[in-house]
Design a protein around this ligand. Structure first.
Ligand code: ZN
Length: 428
């Protein structure tokens, strides 16, 4: 066992470092309460469980959770299209509603009094190193979806001050960070990179003119190389967290960087996506989580993200489950010549090239041989792209274990919203 970090910070140290038995006892009763409440008051769960012939009265606790079917985003979407506005997953009368959030895919989510009271993102903020009195710029998008507000509320819970900046106007944001001596950042790694580039273009000295100490980034993968580069430039700590707007925070990094700590506010499983059964400890599977929000419960919600549990305890002293890292998406990972390739691997390679604006991997098949092509758009035109192309190809082969041909194309060739891995193979 490693020595505990004496200076690790917690939102609720007692709860986060309790024994497994205490945790299980607590989460078990919250799970049963949520399940019974959902079955009695939500039409969706009643229908889904009746259709799957689940006898809810026979679910004794978390040890029986695998008997419940997985809830997929497609279930949520299908039911919302038929039953206005929340697909019957809510457990309250619609007239009591204070606010409706709109998530990507035009999926509605109840807000106001029905927002979860959970503190999972506050746990993540403390884990990342934020503290009371910090002045944090929140650059998550404020319109329509709830995430930016959730982060703001979480910052309030830890006693910090938020500047609700949203994701526009980078010039203004850099000036705000400078004038208000902002020491915390919330947003995507991509947006932090953009702000840093903007500050550099304005001629600022990143360490003297900006005051950033801590960042919590989310919603995008953070390649290690990008983290290292930004941390060094700004002389700050960058930690990442992972979650969904339906489930809250599912994992966050602490100072020790041992993986992603799963907060106590939910029950997390790693399952075989095809069967919904839990995989053996340490195996890769899909992350499935159950939240305890009684108003809008999400029971066994499948995230589509792949990960595995770390067997090692973290030196910070947190005793809950620890995810190694997010390995990829069940719907975006692809096998090329028998080798799995994941978007995060490609991100790691591309993060080595500051010139890259965006890229896409296209997989095709000719004469029963898989072919991988990488289409790359650069930030600025280069006169000689051939050597860059060759270096990238060599690195792709080394780091991804698959040969890929790189093609550099003019800006605007790739569509705005594109999949990182486009699998065009036909198998029929
Ligand atoms: Zn830790």
């Amino acid at each position: 066992m490693k020595t505990p970090l004496s200076h690790a910070s917690f939102y609720d140290r007692e709860r986060e470092t309790r024994t497994w038995a205490e945790r299980l006892h607590d989460l078990n009763s919250r799970f049963l309460d949520t399940l019974l409440h959902a079955y009695r008051h939500s039409n969706a769960y009643k229908e889904l469980y009746d259709a799957a012939s689940v006898d809810v009265s026979r679910i004794q606790g978390l040890e029986d959770i695998e008997k419940l079917p997985l809830l997929r985003m497609t279930d949520l979407m299908d039911r919302q299209r038929r039953i206005f506005p929340f697909g019957g997953f809510e457990t309250f009368p619609a007239r009591d509603l204070h606010r409706i959030y709109v998530n990507p895919g035009l999926l509605f989510q109840p807000g106001g009094a029905f927002e979860s009271q959970d503190t999972s993102w506050a746990h993540a903020l403390c884990g990342a190193g934020f503290k009371a009195g910090d002045r944090i710029i929140n650059t998550f998008a404020y319109s329509l979806w709830p995430f930016a507000r959730t982060m703001e509320e979480s910052a309030r819970q830890i006693g910090a001050t938020v500047i609700p900046a949203g994701s526009g106007n980078t010039l203004m944001q850099v000036k705000i960070m400078q004038r208000l001596e902002v020491n915390g950042f919330l947003g995507t790694p991509g947006f932090l990179t953009t702000l840093v580039q903007r500050a550099e273009a304005m001629g600022l000295d990143l360490r003297k003119d900006l005051f950033l100490e801590t960042a919590l980034v989310s919603a995008e993968m953070l390649p290690d190389s990008l983290r290292t580069r930004l941390q060094e430039k700004l002389d700050m700590t960058i930690r990442q967290a992972y979650g969904t707007v339906y489930l809250g925070c599912i994992g966050f990094e602490c100072e020790a960087l041992s993986g992603l700590h799963v907060p106590d506010a939910l029950w997390m499983e790693i399952v075989d996506p095809a069967t919904g059964r839990q995989v053996p400890a340490g195996s890769v599977g899909e992350i499935v989580a159950t939240s305890f929000n009684r108003a809008y419960p999400m029971i066994r919600m499948a995230t589509g993200d792949l990960s595995c549990l770390s067997p090692e305890p973290c030196p910070c002293g947190r005793t809950g489950p620890l995810l190694k890292k997010i390995i990829g998406r069940i719907d975006q990972a692809a096998k090329v010549g028998g080798v799995f390739i994941h978007p995060w691997q490609a991100d790691e390679v591309m993060a080595h090239y500051r010139e890259v604006f965006k890229y896409q991997i296209v997989i095709t098949r000719r004469n029963h041989v898989d072919l991988m092509a990488v289409t790359v758009e650069l930030k600025e035109d280069l006169r000689d792209t051939l050597s860059l192309q060759r270096t990238m190809e060599r690195e792709i082969e080394e780091l991804m274990g698959v040969r890929g041909s790189v093609q550099i194309v003019p800006r605007g060739t790739l569509p705005d919203r594109h999949k990182k891995i486009e699998d065009q193979r036909k198998w029929d």
